[in-house]
Every structure is written in C-alpha cells, then in structure tokens.
Design a protein around this ligand. Structure first.
Ligand code: NAP
Length: 303
C-alpha cells in the first residue's frame, strides 16, 4: 500500500524520508507545477539527522494525478488541511484512510466532515523538525507520536509499518484528551511568549498571569468533557516552562519570522469552545484580543 504524503514541509519530509528508507512505497503530493519542478530540480528530499545529510529521491506528483489514494498522510498546517483534503477527495478510495498530523483542534473535524466515507486518524506529535532550505529538513528533536481515532478505538492494521520505519508511536484510544492537553499547554505558554517577546523561560517573570490562564483552561477542559486533560495542568505548564526555558515557542518563531500562525486552531479554538458552552473565561478572551491586535499590527493573518 502506497503512503501518499501531502506537504513536503518539516513533518511531511521527516515522515516520508523514514518510510522510504524502510523500503515502503511513498509518493509526495506537491501543491503545483512550480513546486514540483523545484522539487525535481533539487533531486529529492534531504533529511539532516545528527549533522549528517542524506537525500531521498522520493517520487512526487500533483494533487490532480490519476492514481487512487488509499492511505494519505496530511502533513500541512492546520489552516491548509481542509482545502488540501477537499482537493484530493476525488482521488480517495472509499476505504481510504487519512492520518492528520495537524497541531491544535478544529482542522481534523473539518477534514472528517468533508470526507465522511474515509477513516480519519488524528495524531499528536512531540517530534521536532524544521526546514533549513527548500526540500531540506533538519530532524531537530526526538519525540513520540500518538495516533487515535475518536470514532473507533481499534488501531489500523498498518502500525507495524511505522515500527519498521523507526517512527516512535503509540495507539491512543483517547486521542482527543491528548490533543486537548497539548492545546491547553500551548494556550498557557505560546501567546504570552509572543506578547512579552520572550523565550519560554521569560514566563517565570509572569507567574500570576500563567496561573490565572491555567485555572481558566482547566475550567474549559472540565466543561467540554475532558477532565483528564485538566489534571495538574498548572504543574505541567510550570514544568514545560522550566524544561524549555531557553527555547522560543513555535508561535513566537512564526511571528518573529512574519509567518502565519495556527492561532485559530489553538487559542481561537479554546475561546470558540468556551463561547459554545456559555462559559465566561475573561482572561483567556482578553489574551485572544491582545494576540489578535498584536498580529494585526504586524500585518499577519488573524485566522
Ligand atoms: P511546514 O513545514 O510549513 O510544512 C507544511 C507543508 O504543507 C509545506 O511544504 C506546504 O507546501 C505544504 N502544503 C500546504 N498546502 C498544500 C497543498 N494544498 N498541497 C500540497 N502541499 C501543501 O509545516 P510543519 O512544521 O511540517 O507542520 C505541519 C503540522 O504539524 C502543523 O500543524 C504543525 O503545528 C504540526 N507540528 C509540527 C512540528 C514540527 O516540528 N515542525 C511538530 C509537531 C507538530 P509549500 O512548501 O509549497 O508551502
């Protein structure tokens, strides 16, 4: 069974290279003719691991190619996921499966609603990768990927292929709790690092602000049926701030480099869910307003 991978960005390249080198059939789907030509010019994907670069000449195609897709790894940003899935819908086999790598929440449901026939698996990953140049990706941090399907607790039969490819993973029957927990950690840390223009460790100077946000986020998680994700949230946020004190958060990096953020699927999703539940979370809502004003002032998209 061929792995079609949409998006030769950071995570898509990391997955495609490891699957291909394990001898599994992989095809990349690139946005348009220009990107395909640039990829062919580069001669494949380069993955840099522990300082060593290796190129993988993985075949690539356009979204409009003919061959049916049975297994799709959707490795674009959350704001591109629904449109990318819709474009591929005519090629998806009725028994096709999608693995959605997007951070945050909201994009997965949008994709699943567009594709009611296909099975959509959700993923949450702590692996780290970044693009150092076009089609050149650096594997920056070992991590783990949890996979799950909110509609079906049974794992798919192909997890052994991930084993063969050396992709650390685990089937998670409660993937939503994991995604909500990660979203809450993100909401408590990332927006504040943007507004205070600091590394994660800089939030040690703002303990009251962090504590208030954690209390509101815990309330939200309880209200939306995710009590496990609320447990000891503040303690974990403090641990993450310490463990990653020297790092700039992904949102800080996006804003600093003038890139679109995934705010709508992180803090935006949290605030929209609170409104749906008639829950007043004044600090979280104020945080969203401040962040949107900050992005707007820099000419960055608000969604
Ligand atoms: P990225 O480096 O920006 O890669 C996204 C890729 O998707 C780009 O190559 C982009 O193409 C491609 N793309 C978008 N729309 C497309 C379309 N319609 N057809 C074909 N290709 C399309 O993003 P990323 O860092 O891999 O992040 C992907 C997701 O994983 C995000 O939700 C992110 O939050 C999450 N995540 C990332 C990491 C990490 O370390 N990078 C870790 C955990 C989670 P172009 O190259 O043409 O723009």
């Amino acid at each position: 069974m061929t792995w079609h991978v949409l998006g030769a960005g950071s995570l898509g390249s990391l997955w495609a290279a490891r699957l291909a080198r394990a001898g599994l059939p992989v095809r990349l789907i690139l946005r348009n003719r220009e990107r395909l030509a640039a990829y062919q010019q580069a001669g494949g994907l380069t993955l840099v691991e522990r300082g060593a670069a290796r190129r993988y000449a993985i075949p690539a195609e356009l979204p409009q190619a003919d061959a049916p897709i049975h297994r799709l790894l959707l490795a674009c940003k959350a704001y591109d996921a629904e449109a990318a899935a819709a474009e591929l819908a005519p090629r998806l086999a009725a028994d096709g499966e999608l693995l959605l790598l997007q951070n945050g929440l909201g994009s997965q449901d949008a994709v699943a609603q567009r594709l009611p026939q296909q099975r959509c698996l959700f993923a949450s990953s702590t692996e780290g990768a970044f693009r150092q140049a076009d089609f050149q990706v650096v594997f920056a941090g070992n991590g783990h990927t949890w996979l799950g399907d909110p509609a079906d607790p049974l794992p798919p039969p192909w997890l052994d292929e991930l084993e063969r490819a050396g992709i650390p993973h685990q089937w998670s029957p409660d993937i939503l709790a994991r995604l909500w927990r990660k979203l809450a950690l993100n909401c408590a840390i990332n927006p504040l690092t943007v507004l205070h223009d600091c590394r994660n460790g800089g939030l040690r100077e703002h303990p009251a602000e962090v504590a208030t946000l954690c209390a509101e986020l815990s309330e939200l998680l309880q209200r939306c049926g995710q009590p496990a994700a609320a447990e000891q949230l503040h303690e974990e946020v403090q641990r993450v701030i310490e463990a990653t004190a020297a790092n700039y958060s992904s949102m800080h990096q996006d804003v600093a480099q003038g890139r679109r953020t995934e705010i709508a699927y992180l803090l935006g999703h949290a605030c929209a869910t609170a409104r749906r539940h008639d829950l007043q979370l004044p600090h979280l809502q104020h945080l969203q307003q401040r962040l949107l004003a900050h992005l707007g002032a820099r000419g960055l998209p608000l969604d």
